[in-house]
Design a protein around this ligand. Structure first.
Ligand code: AMP
Length: 559
């Protein structure tokens, strides 16, 4: 059994390493040192997650709950905890300092033989917290979290606090863990990468690599009910450039809806949103349409669900989200906001993984197993190299109220999680940007108790950082502002005066007039007249627009 103390020490060492090669070395060492039961837990912990990204399990620990547990464990007031957070700028250091002030250090060295908290105990406790529900759930969660703080040294408490909000801040991401697994268990990086793509679970890949080496890792495969990441699309500036690159392209409408990944296992249907959340219970109409009209023993299908009005035209995106978020009274909302499903891909059929097959073959298989009806259909696709024809389809899609078109490479495999050149999207020029909210400011006057403006950032995939690019305060009505304030209250990291730092979790779709160069923001750019169009609940922060995209819109503007 490995103590959580050893994990905390490893984190501290890794945190202080500047280069990724040495970091990989240390992570590999840690993965080798722990036992098989601990390995999946440690693999997730080291990336700052408690459960795999696809899992339905959620901790549900917000900052207020965390502060309450810390305040109880350290015997100081919540106000004092908040002031420590302001001073240190970090919840981990806050926890360490708070517990030191209580004398945990001397206590643990004094009672030398006190049983140490093990890695698995910490995990089990987090698991317990994720299962807590009902009336007294807050109190219950605080009690369990406090137990962890009470049983740990100040340094361990720091990492427990960071894990509790799933932000370990030691700079270890998927890339480093992938390389570390490869190094620790002598499995080629490409095999680890592929196994991760298929299973979406680094913990599972690590254990398999340790137990069976490359032989077993290469046997890992897609499994029903464990979602795979969705294949993504890149923007193409013009239809002409896309077509000249692909020669013959597969053209489909880009429907204005929300992505669904459908797993069919006999009569058992599971639906996942773009963020890989299980949304089966919210969408009973889709479940029954799939049960009735998809003729396969088992399948994983990819498609877009959109809400329709009486004429079959797409309704606002917010209406779809109402359906996806609904947890109770689901049938009534389903009647009020009926959904239509358009299927465009098939990645698994009757036990066979189709990822590497070309799009044309996957599509033929899809057509072979779906009975088209009004509410569920395989989307129409035209293979062409004629730009005039593509323009015609584009205009038809826009006239029908949809977003534009997808231009796909007919020979391409399905690449989970990749935003490559095999799927291009063309929408009208007034592009919007999807940006992460990283901070806010309390409002003035009428908006005193609400957050009044929000700080936005783009994503830099190279460093994993979010780079500030501006603020938005317009386009938000009072009702929305109240809702947003409530959402963001659980994501506050630090508050200082009117300024709030927020955990980067929420993505805003922002319209703007122009992108300008600016030295005011770390991205090097600023937005002219930004306006909130939508809250993109279906997108995760690392799917926000990248610095690269902002640079390319900026240069397109100048042309
Ligand atoms: P975006 O959200 O702007 O990155 O555009 C990509 C999204 O378009 C996908 O994630 C799908 O949700 C959606 N979409 C709509 N129609 C299609 C289609 N025919 N093929 C692929 N994606 C589509």
């Amino acid at each position: 059994m490995t103590g959580f103390k050893e994990f905390a020490q490893a984190c501290r060492t890794i945190e202080n390493i500047p280069g990724s090669l040495d970091m990989t070395e240390q992570v590999a060492q840690l993965l080798q040192d722990v036992n098989c039961d601990e390995l999946p837990v440690v693999t997730h912990f080291i990336m700052g997650e408690v459960f795999p990204a696809w899992s339905a399990e959620e901790l549900g620990i917000g900052t207020s709950l965390l502060y309450a547990a810390l305040s109880k464990a350290a015997g100081i007031s919540i106000k004092e905890i908040e002031s420590l957070v302001r001073d240190t700028g970090d919840i981990g250091q806050t926890a360490t300092k708070a517990l030191k002030s209580k004398g945990h250090d001397t206590l643990s060295s004094f009672i030398g033989e006190t049983p140490q908290l093990t890695i698995l105990e910490v995990f089990e406790r987090f698991k317990k917290i994720s299962k807590v529900s009902g009336k007294r759930s807050q109190t219950n969660k605080i009690r369990n979290l406090r137990y962890l703080f009470d049983s740990s040294s100040p340094e361990e408490a720091g990492y427990i606090a960071r894990l509790a909000i799933e932000d370990l801040r030691i700079g270890v991401g998927e890339g480093i863990v992938r390389d570390a697994i490869s190094k620790a268990f002598e499995v080629p990086v490409s095999d680890v990468e592929r196994a991760f793509m298929l299973t979406n679970d680094m913990g599972l890949v690590a254990v398999t690599a340790r137990r069976g080496g490359a032989d077993e890792v290469t046997k890992l495969n897609i499994e029903l009910k464990r979602p795979i990441k969705m294949m993504l699309a890149q923007v193409t500036p013009t239809i002409e450039s896309a077509i000249s690159e692909m020669e013959t392209a597969a053209i489909e409408w880009k429907f204005d809806g929300a992505r669904v990944q459908i797993h069919k296992d006999g009569d058992n249907i599971t639906l996942f949103s773009r963020r890989l959340e299980d949304v089966t219970r919210s969408l009973p109409d889709i479940v029954s349409a799939v049960k009735e009209h998809v003729k396969a023993d088992s399948a994983i299908l990819d498609g877009e669900a959109f809400a329709v009005d009486e004429e079959g035209r797409p309704r606002a995106f917010q209406e779809i989200l109402k359906r996806f978020r609904r947890k109770y009274d689901v049938e009534t909302t389903a009647r009020e906001i009926p959904l239509t499903l358009r299927l465009f891909d098939l990645v698994y059929l009757n036990g066979e993984n189709l990822l590497d097959k070309p799009l044309t073959e996957r599509r033929a298989a899809l057509l072979g197993c779906v009975e088209n009806t009004g509410s569920i259909k395989v989307d129409e696709q035209i293979l062409t190299s004629d730009t005039e024809e593509v323009n015609r389809i584009y205009n038809e899609a826009l006239e029908a109220g949809h977003e534009g078109i997808m231009i796909k490479n007919p020979q391409s495999p399905y690449s989970p999680g990749k935003r490559g050149k095999n799927w291009l999207k063309k929408k009208p020029l007034m592009e919007t940007l999807d940006l992460v909210v990283i901070g806010a400011e309390w409002g003035y006057g009428r908006r005193t108790n609400f957050m009044g403006s929000f700080n936005l950032a783009c994503h830099d995939p190279d460093t994993g950082r979010f780079l500030p690019i501006g603020k938005v305060g317009t386009g938000i009505n009072d009702e929305q502002l109240a809702e947003l304030t409530e959402t963001f209250s659980n994501l506050i990291v630090i508050e200082s005066g009117m300024e709030i730092e927020l955990k980067p979790e929420v993505v805003f779709e922002i319209a703007f007039e122009e992108i300008q160069k600016s030295t005011n923001y770390d991205s090097g750019f600023a937005l002219r007249f930004p306006r909130l169009v939508n809250v993109r609940d279906d997108k995760s922060p690392d799917e926000a627009d990248t610095l690269q995209r902002i640079e390319s819109i900026y240069s397109a503007q100048r042309k």
